[in-house]
Design a protein around this ligand. Structure first.
Ligand SMILES: C[S@@+](CC[C@H](N)C(=O)[O-])C[C@H]1O[C@@H](n2cnc3c(N)ncnc32)[C@H](O)[C@@H]1O
Length: 294
């Protein structure tokens, strides 16, 4: 692929982070480092975290990035453990934290990771390839019909959740479902053509990915830790791509007396950005500022 990842809402993220030279920032979703690069070039020092070692390797080997430890510290880890990771890197009282949720373009398009129905691959979908957690294939072959239907309904907002769960349970009586092509074929058979532009399997793949990576619990875990790590006037910026995530962020921001919400409504990408980068279509940015010193 030509580019690892095209950063979404880049200008808006920098504005809301209010990057100031010499201040510390945490990019808890380093990915291809697009946002981090811009923060560094605006004068900030960054702790960049990702649970996908391929992302860390990409940024480390990119000649455009400064030498680690001067302006950029790169760390492997899950942001669900943000406080611990930040303490080890000596990042506290930071001026800004960014969470750009979900997958990078690289992950989606990487052959063999199983995130995309566009390429046949084993149904893996773990962002962190080093942990022995359940893969998408494990969930598809192991969960009961009701559990599968719930997963598709809640994480995928999939209108055909029940019918799909039934079809999967029927299919696996004849043998395990192990590949993206097999799953995409079952979904297409049940769902037929969807209205609009999305592929019939989009929602099911999204639901499985969210479940495999425990994305909702990780988001719930990171928000209070991020808030604690901020100094007074520090900013927390979250870009989400799913209504469930966006609601969690909105409710968290509103429920914290120490946070001032800077985005009454979430920011979306302009039509121009969406034209250049279709992934920005569902992006929603919310930002808040810490109002007290702790
Ligand atoms: C949308 S991409 C970030 C792209 C990045 N902002 C850029 O401009 O290149 C999200 C990244 O966050 C990582 N990620 C997602 N959930 C994570 C978690 N719980 N802990 C650590 N990294 C995570 C993914 O592996 C992926 O590389």
């Amino acid at each position: 692929m030509e580019q690892f990842h095209v950063p979404v809402l880049l200008k808006e993220t920098l504005e809301f982070l209010n990057v100031r030279p010499g201040e510390k920032y945490i990019d808890a979703t380093l990915g291809g480092g697009g946002h981090t690069w811009a923060i560094i070039h605006a004068g900030g020092k960054v702790l960049g975290i990702d649970q996908d070692k391929e992302a860390l390797e990409y940024v480390k080997s990119n000649p455009e990035f400064p030498v680690p430890n001067s302006r950029l510290v790169i760390t492997y880890g899950n942001f669900a453990h943000l406080k611990e990771i930040a303490a080890e890197a000596n990042f506290s009282q930071v001026a800004g934290i960014l969470l750009d949720l979900g997958l990078s373009g690289y992950q989606v398009e990487s052959a063999g990771r199983g995130f995309s129905f566009r390429q046949d691959a084993p149904l893996d979908m773990r962002m962190d390839q080093t942990v022995e957690t359940a893969t998408a294939a494990d969930l598809l072959n192991g969960l009961g019909r009701e559990e599968l239907a719930k997963l598709f309904r809640v994480y995928g907002e999939e209108p055909f959740a029940q019918a799909l769960a039934r079809a999967i349970v029927r299919q696996r009586k004849t043998g395990k479902i192990t590949t993206t092509a097999q799953l995409a074929e079952i979904v297409s058979r049940v769902v037929g053509k969807r209205q609009g532009k999305i592929h019939p399997a989009t929602l099911v793949f999204q639901a499985l990915r969210i479940a495999v990576n425990d994305e909702i619990n990780c988001l719930k875990a990171v928000l209070p830790q991020a808030q604690e790590l901020l100094k007074k006037d520090g900013r927390l910026v979250v870009i989400s791509f799913h209504s469930l995530e966006d609601r969690i962020v909105k409710d968290y921001f509103r429920g914290q007396a120490v946070l001032k919400v800077l985005t009454e409504k979430p920011l979306a990408a302009t039509p121009e950005e969406i034209r250049i980068n279709p992934r920005a279509r569902s992006a929603k940015l919310r930002a808040a500022e810490k109002t007290v010193k702790e």
